[in-house]
Design a protein around this ligand. Structure first.
Ligand code: ZN
Length: 497
């Protein structure tokens, strides 16, 4: 927990001829006979980044459809990246300054829900960042009769025209319930503030669930026949909620399905007639708008990678590593360093990492008055909001030094750690990797993104812990529901029983 080294602005890059690097790979997925094909492109000194993954099956017709979707996405990426780069070069010539806001990031992931001999259900999620401050995330579901290789449309699945009204009504009930729960989490200053919030969210929810086929293009069938409806980012909730999904139990919709679908999913309308209506769903979202449901760290092994004292000149390299491995982390930033490198902090938030508060200037909080503690924390929170649009949700006291006075004054959840890499003392990537490799489920790993040796250790650590089945999560996901509580001190998260 050493104070941050002095950071300087990175020099203006010279304009070198663009060189594109493209990597492709193909590897097995967890589903039988489904492979993952990935394409990665990096161009314009890293300002243009593309990562596309799509499924490859034994059925040529399905592959062609999936390839077509990927190709259209890649073409669009190249066009946008070229436009952005031209704008960047113009800006550079005119001002002599680099500007991260010209970056183009396109990412496509997919998730296979049902993959058996009869049916394959694929959700394709596309993230587009074309400069500015936020990107968009769209998710679309595709369903195929696997044997025939025929794509099934929404009309193919349901018996009557009324299915859209039913899906709309069922989704609204679920989302309304989630909204009521979310409302309980907030302290509204006045009753009218509460009503205004609720009215805003409700109108968004109702617009996004109108019985229109476009609103229900993100449909996925899970293995137990559950129908998952995924709504695009911003469709039914603010962008910070990412992709919102609603699960409808098979029995609640069995009577709507055509006999072929009932058979494929193994549900029967008889079961539906006798079933007690049980809305089992909970909307799930991920910070990066990922399709996969949030990891439950009481069920699977998780660790939280946390980095203190940054951002520094090494942080962007670390972000590149985390990005390419799709690993989220939590950064406890110093306000004074965030002020020097706001673009790096904005990037952390954009790429799905969590930002925590590590004070403004790294003092020992126990030596300070309540007023000064408040200043150190509030000034940093305010700056992070300005840069990233979201306030840090937790605090790590410098040197891990705290007492009751610090806890009271901070008014935030206090995050400590359970595995100290001592990376400030030993500047040795192999040794740091070895120490991190000792991590067990539930641990919070303390490291610092102000040392190049720490950043150098991370790729090895990610590969080695992943191969042991350990998931990397943010602090919020590690702790899980009901969430981090202000005034509480966390040394570790839960571990599966
Ligand atoms: Zn520190």
């Amino acid at each position: 927990m050493t104070p941050a080294s002095t950071t300087t602005d990175t020099p203006v890059p010279t304009t070198t001829p663009a060189s594109t690097t493209t990597d492709t790979s193909r590897h097995p997925s967890k589903y039988e006979d489904v492979f993952v094909y990935t394409i990665e492109e990096r161009d314009n000194q890293g300002r243009s980044l593309l990562h596309v993954a799509y499924p490859v099956t034994e059925q040529e017709a399905i592959n062609e459809r999936m390839e077509g979707i990927a190709e259209a996405f890649i073409d669009e990426f190249r066009t946008v990246a070229a436009e952005q780069e031209a704008a960047y070069q113009k800006y550079l010539r005119e001002t002599g300054e680099e500007a991260a806001s010209f970056a183009t990031h396109y990412v496509q992931h997919f998730d296979v829900a049902v993959a058996d001999a009869d049916l394959i259900s694929v959700a394709v999620e596309q993230y587009r960042f074309r400069g500015g401050t936020t990107g968009s995330t769209d998710v679309t579901g595709y369903l195929f009769d696997r044997e025939a290789g025929v794509e099934l449309s929404l009309e193919d699945l349901f018996v009557e025209d009324t299915y859209l009204e039913r899906l709309s009504a069922l989704s609204r009930t679920e989302l309304e319930q989630a909204l009521q729960e979310e409302m309980q989490e907030f302290d509204f200053e006045t009753e009218s503030a509460r009503e205004e919030w609720l009215a805003g969210r409700r109108s968004m929810l109702e617009d996004g669930t109108k019985p229109d086929p476009e609103n229900f293009d993100g449909i996925l069938f899970l293995e137990d026949g559950t129908l998952r409806i995924m709504f695009d980012r911003y469709q039914v909730a603010p962008g910070s909620e990412g992709i919102v999904s609603v699960d409808l139990a098979a029995n609640d919709i069995a009577d709507l399905l055509v006999p072929q679908m009932q058979h494929l999913l193994g549900v029967s309308p008889e079961a539906a007639a006798t079933a007690v209506p049980s809305p089992t769903s909970t909307p799930s979202t991920t910070p990066d708008g990922g399709v996969q449901s949030r990891v439950d760290c009481t069920e699977v092994a998780c660790v939280a990678l946390t980095f203190d004292d940054g951002p520094s000149v090494y942080t962007d390299r670390l972000l590149d590593v985390l990005w390419s491995h799709e690993v989220p982390a939590t950064f406890f930033v110093l306000g004074r360093s965030a002020r020097i490198q706001p673009k790096t902090v904005a990037r952390m938030a954009r790429e799905g990492h969590e930002i925590g508060n590590h004070s403004w200037s790294h003092p020992n909080m126990q030596d300070l008055s309540d007023t000064v503690i408040r200043e150190e924390i509030c000034k940093t929170n305010k700056l992070v909001v300005q840069i990233s649009g979201a306030s840090p949700t937790h605090f790590r006291p410098p040197y891990g030094a705290y007492d009751e006075g610090v806890i009271d004054a901070a008014r935030m959840p206090i995050i400590l750690w359970s595995l100290d890499t001592l990376d400030w003392k030993d500047r040795d990537a192999d040794l740091i990797a070895e120490r991190m490799d000792q991590a067990l489920a539930g641990m919070i790993i303390l490291a610092h993104d102000i040392h190049d040796t720490t950043v150098a250790a991370i790729p090895t650590v990610i590969e080695s812990l992943s191969s042991r089945g350990i998931h990397f999560v943010t602090m919020t996901d590690l702790v899980g529901p009901p969430g981090l509580v202000p005034g509480q001190v966390y040394h570790h998260g839960p571990a599966p029983r």
